[in-house]
Design a protein around this ligand. Structure first.
Ligand code: THU
Length: 131
């Protein structure tokens, strides 16, 4: 799967976003080593704090289907003219399972930039930190 294809899956997943409050639709696509892709969108709630981001939707889908390792790349597609980098909570959740994850942040026009999660969350707190 190419980066372009993964970003396109995130753009597709964005169509399912439930964002009646912010009107900011986000899609994500998480690629695993075995080629499986878990997609997600943001799902907002009238109790605003209960909202879940697209990245964490994809993450919980992967974990709940038994895929907890071998994550290589996540693509995120927002609705703005700027690249959609993951929020702090999503960085932390992703770090738990894949501290070396590649992150592709796309704009609404589909152009994207890449970075490593370890660059986005330096000195992250993970499972090893509890040892
Ligand atoms: N959001 C995401 O889904 N992912 C991000 O990386 C940034 C923010 C969502 C949360 C909320 O539904 C909307 O975008 C506005 O913050």
């Amino acid at each position: 799967m190419t980066d372009r294809e993964l970003v396109d899956l995130a753009l597709e997943a964005r169509k399912h976003a439930y964002a009646p409050y912010s009107h900011f639709a986000v899609g994500a696509a998480l690629l695993c080593q075995n080629g499986r892709v878990f997609t997600g969108c943001n799902v907002e709630n009238s109790a605003y704090g209960s909202t879940i981001c697209a990245e964490r939707t994809a993450l919980v889908k992967a974990v709940s289907e038994g895929c907890t390792a071998g994550w290589t790349t996540i693509a995120i597609a927002g609705s703005g003219s700027d690249f959609c980098w993951p929020c702090g909570a999503c960085r932390q959740m992703l770090y738990e399972f894949a501290p070396n994850l590649r992150v592709l942040a796309a704009r609404s026009d589909g152009t994207f930039e890449s970075a490593l999660l370890s660059q986005l969350l330096p000195h992250g707190f993970g499972p090893e930190s509890l040892q």
